[in-house]
Write a protein that binds this ligand. Structure first.
Ligand SMILES: [Zn+2]
Length: 231
């Protein structure tokens, strides 16, 4: 949920254990500050895990400020859904990227030459390194999410419908991969393996070049970066 604050009124408001509202201000000094409250909670997880001060170099940007500093016109900084961070140690950038991945930011890139990690809550996963010439080199993982999900049964469309945490995990992962159901919609993470989840699994299998059978077993688990421990 994106909240709109006033820097003058709310500047000292503590949003999480370690972050105040003023740290998210647009660096042009505008009074309006937009913050994605869910993203701030994710940022706090990174802060808690690294256990030292995290410096936010850019968070919310007004359209004018974003244009002035050459930001992308569709930048998620405009919505308060993107953060650029660093610590006082340049060697921490890789750790920050890994913790960002673990915190489940979908968009992450490291800019070593500029000395920060960018993260945002886009809907489809995109990890990269920013090169000095402004281009990006894609990265499949920064080594986060080391506690991989362990699937212990086949997931598929059955009667009665399968229900459970593993189905919720599946729906979540499909959404994180940017996969849509047969109506082109984001899956509702309702823990029930119904026809829409089946259609999204098939779309995922198609995208990954797997056998399109709607069954989440060893191969589809691997493509999801899950551990398979079922039969
Ligand atoms: Zn950024």
């Amino acid at each position: 949920m994106i909240r709109i604050f006033s820097l003058r009124r709310d500047g000292n408001v503590r949003l999480t254990t370690n972050f105040n509202l003023n740290e998210f201000r647009s660096r042009c000094g505008a009074d309006e500050v937009r913050v994605d409250m869910n993203a701030v909670e994710m940022l706090q997880k990174i802060r808690t895990q690294i256990g030292k001060p995290v410096i936010i170099t850019s968070a919310f940007r007004t359209a004018t400020h974003n244009r002035n500093i050459g930001g992308a016109s569709n930048s998620l900084h405009l919505e308060g859904r993107a953060f650029d961070i660093r610590t006082n140690n340049p060697n921490d950038l890789v750790v920050l990227a890994r913790l960002s991945e673990t915190a489940e930011f979908n968009g992450i890139y490291i800019s070593v030459h500029q000395g920060y990690v960018h993260m945002d809550t886009r809907s489809t996963k995109w990890f990269a390194r920013k090169n000095p010439d402004g281009t990006y080199t894609n990265v499949s993982t920064f080594g986060g999410n080391v506690d991989r999900f362990n699937l212990t049964r086949l997931l598929r469309l059955l009667s009665p419908l399968q229900r459970g945490n593993d189905v919720t995990q599946l729906q979540r992962e499909l959404n994180r991969h940017g996969i849509r159901d047969r109506n082109g919609r984001v899956l509702i993470e309702d823990s029930i393996f119904g026809p829409l989840t089946d259609s999204a699994v098939r779309n995922f299998q198609r995208v990954k070049g797997l056998v399109v059978d709607g069954i989440v077993g060893p191969n589809t688990s691997r493509a999801l970066n899950w551990l398979w421990n079922g039969r």
